[in-house]
Design a protein around this ligand. Structure first.
Ligand code: BGC
Length: 750
């Protein structure tokens, strides 16, 4: 009631034409220069409603129209166009409403740290987290939360109050160039890890953005492709990952994607933005467009787009004068503009942007933050092979040949908007010379050299290094060493998809070194799955992903056993491209430019539907190279005493025992195959650290939507009555315990 009165009286004031009226407006404006104080126990929504009621139409309009926050010297527009004076040289800027104490939104990328892609802020360094895939490989939600909190703290200390972090796309297409930015192929694991990382970011009073909503699963033709998938499959896979991430993380914003889904661009897709996100999931925050992903004014506004990001990246200034005109003509209702502004403000209030303002120049504990990154890497490294316990290496090793992968300079990182310039600068920068990114990007090695860390871990050893370009020289070095450690890299980046074959002569190099020395260890630094045709010839394979700060040290700690590997694959490694649902990458007949929607549009069909990743392999009876959920340890684990409980919920209890001689951590994974289903689904997991001979009793209650199917007619999840097959173990394809449980029929609202 009070709010309505205030609104009406403000409107009266604003339409007053007398000098007295103008004076009154001036005094109201003056009185409002302080942030709207929070009324005790007021909800973010009530506070937002109170604030929106005080805003002029132009103030609301300015809140829904974002700017590119940087100006790149010498670049053509939009990159080189002047940026708003207050912008901090980063991806995005949205003016605030100083009259009402609403701060500007200073937005920076991204999920792996405060990015400085294209070196927008010369010299501005930050702590790089390992890739999101590495974090997901820890299967430890606390690792994701801590990583999010660390990068959120750095963003805040640098003056940013929005981190464009929280990638939650499924690794449906294993060649996707951005796989390293996302937490893998499973909806539950992805949702939990993305949600925890978002929660961590927002714990620092920095808004996090779940992205790229939705089905943005490949980079080739990303601005033109149309994903064709039936609603049921979409709800049970890509959308479920977002649903879980949003529930856990409560991000202030969601970024809609470049691609089309079911014929409409994601940023003007009423099904995605309104039906699912805002109606079914009751999402209260705002939807921002990806940079260059807005395509209309009225259609987008009615479909649910709340804010056009970096409007100069779009074909027109859609949420500028055209939106004002659409409101004036009634083509877009005023209430929609109020809703847009309300959503943005309520997220700002909820995350605490007013009470905890971000200011540049805050203190950053670089050493502590490097340890957060290192912890993530040490839990995320996956040991894929360890024949005859070749690893861990003895610190007393006498001769070690380190080969390839720029291990002398540092650890690889992925390219694109997530690119962080690490504290200490770049270890090495290699220009990209082919593909759509040629001349636009460099491959950056963060300055945390594995070679230096190996030397430090084995002080008595003669450690040699060969770059790998000269295969004969590398073979010669390997012949004279007790062990050879070959570093192999696969660079992935936003804007182009990847080959699963290691580039250059890396496969031949590994093969030749392994032939010369049976004690060959391969350390992979990859942004996703790769093919390993030499796997049977080498002694050990360690998947280190993109390692982040102190990455060389983390790898050495695993190689020498100070850390017992406990990571599990968040993605399947295929044995060959023929095994993929789309053996040929859709759109790969054409080369698409990075940011422009030019070129032939095309449809992407996903024959696997909801059976993403490991589910597809099971359904088709295919044996992958390494299955989802797989990873070895320097100790062994035994499972026992399975008990299952059915009815409405499915609860599984069992024991895990460390039967080896070292302390280690095991990820216990629970999979369930519904009656009549063709594959098992991950329904729960937990990571337990156990001393030798220690046994822990573990109890896991299944996430119910993973037991159910989505009924598109009734618009809810249905758990069918019947017998569900349960499989428990340390990998998706090797159950240690199996059982059955009977569930009753129940429904779950989305
Ligand atoms: C990316 C987003 C990013 C944005 C701003 C886009 O190209 O897809 O992930 O947040 O740029 O840099």
């Amino acid at each position: 009631m009070a709010i309505r009165l205030t609104k009406r009286s403000m409107q009266t004031l604003l339409t007053a034409s007398s000098a007295a009226g103008a004076l009154m407006i001036a005094s109201v404006a003056l009185a409002e220069t302080q942030p709207p104080p929070q009324i005790a126990s007021e909800t973010p929504d009530a506070r937002a409603a109170r604030t929106v009621a005080k805003m002029t139409a132009d103030e609301k309009l300015s809140l829904v129209r974002g700017w590119f926050g940087a100006s790149i010297k010498g670049a053509p527009p939009p990159l080189g166009a002047p940026a708003p004076a207050a912008a901090l040289q980063s991806a995005g800027y949205v003016p605030g409403v100083p009259r009402l104490g609403i701060p500007a939104l200073q937005e920076t990328d991204a999920s792996l740290g405060v990015a400085n892609s294209a070196w927008l802020r010369p010299g501005d360094q930050a702590t790089p987290l390992p890739s999101a895939l590495a974090v997901a490989a820890s299967w430890n939600p606390t690792v994701a939360f801590n990583g999010g909190a660390m990068i959120g703290a750095e963003a805040h200390a640098k003056g940013f109050n929005v981190l464009l972090a929280g990638g939650a796309n499924l690794a449906r297409e294993p060649r996707n160039g951005r796989t390293f930015e996302y937490p893998g192929e499973d909806p539950l694991l992805s949702g939990v890890m993305a949600g925890e990382m978002i929660r961590g970011v927002q714990s620092q009073h920095v808004i996090s953005t779940a992205k790229h909503y939705a089905a943005n699963d490949q980079e080739t033709g990303r601005m033109l492709l149309n994903v064709v998938m039936d609603e049921k499959a979409m709800r049970e896979s890509d959308l479920l990952a977002f649903e879980i991430a949003l529930e856990r993380g409560k991000p202030g914003a969601v970024m809609c994607a470049y691609n089309k889904f079911a014929g409409d661009y994601a940023c003007e897709n009423a099904f995605l933005l309104t039906t699912v996100l805002k109606h079914d999931w009751r999402y209260p925050g705002w939807v921002m467009s990806d940079w260059g992903a807005a395509h209309s004014t009225v259609k987008a506004a009615l479909a649910g787009l709340d804010q056009e990001s970096a409007h100069t990246f779009d074909a027109a200034d859609f949420y500028g004068p055209p939106l004002k005109a659409a409101l004036a003509s009634g083509a877009a209702p005023e209430a929609r503009l109020d809703d847009m502004a309300h959503r943005i403000l309520r997220s700002m209030f909820e995350v605490g942007l007013i009470e905890h303002p971000a200011k540049p120049g805050g203190a950053i504990d670089v050493a502590a933050h490097a340890n957060v990154a290192a912890q993530a890497e040490e839990e995320g490294i996956v040991l894929l092979k360890n024949a005859d316990d070749l690893l861990p290496l003895a610190a007393s090793a006498k001769t070690i040949a380190v080969i390839g992968g720029h291990a002398d300079a540092g650890v690889l990182s992925g390219g694109g908007s997530t690119q962080v310039l690490a504290y200490g600068g770049s270890g090495r920068e290699i220009p990209v010379t082919s593909g759509p990114l040629a001349g636009l990007m460099k491959m950056i090695y963060h300055p945390f050299s594995p070679l230096a860390a190996i030397k430090a871990a084995a002080p008595g050893a003669a450690v040699t290094f060969s770059g790998g370009e000269d295969v004969a020289a590398a073979v010669e070095a390997a012949k004279h060493a007790e062990v050879a450690v070959v570093f192999a890299t696969q660079w992935r980046a936003e804007g182009q998809d990847a080959s699963l074959t290691l580039d250059g002569q890396q496969d031949a190099l590994i093969e030749a070194v392994a032939t010369a020395n049976p004690h060959t260890i391969v350390v992979l630094e990859t942004g996703g799955a790769v093919l390993t045709p030499w796997a049977s010839k080498v002694g050990a394979i360690v998947e280190a992903w993109y390692p982040g700060a102190e990455g060389g040290r983390s790898i050495a700690r695993v190689l020498f056993g100070q850390v017992n590997p406990s990571g599990k694959l968040p993605i399947t490694f295929p044995a060959s491209l023929d095994q993929l649902p789309n053996p040929k990458l859709p759109g790969s007949d054409h080369t698409y430019a990075l940011m422009y929607p030019k070129g032939p549009p095309f449809d992407v069909h996903y024959p696997e539907g909801a059976a993403v990743g490991y589910r597809w392999y099971q359904e088709r009876g295919l044996a992958p190279l390494y299955p989802f959920g797989f990873g070895l340890s320097y100790t062994h684990f035994a499972y026992g005493a399975l008990k299952t409980n059915g009815g409405k919920n499915l609860t599984v209890t069992f024991t895990v025992t460390n039967t080896g001689r070292r302390t280690g951590a095991e990820v216990a994974e629970v999979y369930v195959q519904p009656p009549g289903g063709a594959y098992r689904r991950l329904v729960g997991f937990t990571k337990v650290t156990l001393k030798p001979n220690e046994t822990r009793r573990v109890s896991i209650t299944a996430e119910r939507r993973l037991l159910a199917g989505f009924d598109t007619h009734a618009n809810h999840w249905t758990i069918k009555p019947g017998a569900y097959a349960v499989a428990v173990g340390g990998s998706s394809d090797q159950p240690q315990l199996t059982g059955q449980v009977v569930l009753t029929r129940s429904v779950i609202n989305p």
